[in-house]
Design a protein around this ligand. Structure first.
Ligand SMILES: Nc1ncnc2c1ncn2[C@@H]1O[C@H](COP(=O)(O)OP(=O)(O)OP(=O)(O)O)[C@@H](O)[C@H]1O
Length: 257
């Protein structure tokens, strides 16, 4: 494993009990601090791969190795990751703050410290003043912000996101893309972002891994050679259009493969 590698996916295949081969022979190195998107058509195994990286499912074949594994308060190996699902998956009976501090409570952090860190995280995702709000009182975008705050409150080395903004309107989605980039630039966790959208993947990423379906596999590994910070100016630039065209062509090849 190279010095910069955080997670090494080696010859990973996943076959479900019903015989579906969701991914076949995937090899992927995720470097520390990089922003990678997994882009591909429906059913190409993006979620399956992301879930295996998170330890939410075991490969049938192959290995997923971590450069460093810390330990939790019970001495178990911890992957130091945050996961954001497409649905915010908040506890409806708990306030925004209580939702955010759940991972801290689970690893035994004392209440005062957990609340202070949770409030700080809520402020960083733009929800200062909403600590005591319940999920039903928040918009879709705000709920997703709470979900991101919960994923980042433990300062994970890697943030795994499974189409987190797919259900949001375009304006909210753009705003959350910007805020996610701001958080990533300030904290430099490794970000792995699953999306169907060429535009979103180019806007966010340093690298786009394009996947094809049946069976799910990696078709292209593309470097987006555009600088950060990325903003509205970038969104309307020739550079952005150039990279969108390239990613789009790779995706078209993957779909027809
Ligand atoms: N638990 C499961 N049991 C059986 N088959 C599954 C299971 N989970 C996923 N699959 C199948 O594995 C393949 C890959 O699914 P996966 O959800 O990983 O793809 P995806 O690229 O994330 O799709 P989407 O973009 O639609 O979410 C699909 O054919 C899917 O039907």
């Amino acid at each position: 494993m190279g010095a910069s590698t955080l997670v090494a996916v080696r010859h990973v295949s996943k076959q479900f009990a019903n015989g579906t081969i969701a991914v076949r022979d995937v090899n992927l190195d995720l470097a520390r601090g990089e922003f990678v998107s997994l882009l591909g058509p429906s059913g190409c195994g993006k979620s399956t791969l992301l879930r295996m990286i998170a330890g939410l499912g075991e490969p049938s074949v192959g290995t997923i190795d971590w450069a460093t594994l810390g330990h939790d308060s019970r001495g178990r190996q911890a992957r130091e990751l945050g996961f954001v699902f497409q649905d915010p998956t908040l506890m409806p009976w708990a306030t925004a703050l209580d939702n955010v501090i759940l991972p801290l409570k689970l690893c035994g952090t004392n209440k005062g410290e957990a609340q202070a860190r949770g409030a700080e995280m809520l402020a960083l995702v733009g929800l200062k003043g909403f600590e005591k709000s319940y999920p039903r009182e928040l918009s879709g975008g705000m709920k997703m912000r709470v979900s991101i705050a919960r994923a980042l409150v433990t300062h994970p080395k890697i943030l795994l996101m499974d189409e987190p903004f797919a259900a949001l309107d375009e304006i909210t989605r753009h705003k959350l893309n910007d805020d996610l980039l701001r958080l990533w630039e300030a904290n430099r966790f490794t970000a792995v972002f699953v999306t169907h959208s060429v535009f979103e993947s180019v806007y966010l990423s340093q690298r786009i891994v394009v996947m094809a379906a049946r069976p799910g596999r990696v078709m292209a590994d593309l470097r987006v050679e555009a600088t950060y910070p990325r903003d509205d100016l970038f969104r309307t630039s020739a550079d952005y259009a150039h990279w969108c065209r390239i990613a789009s062509e790779k995706l078209k090849e993957a779909i027809s493969a």
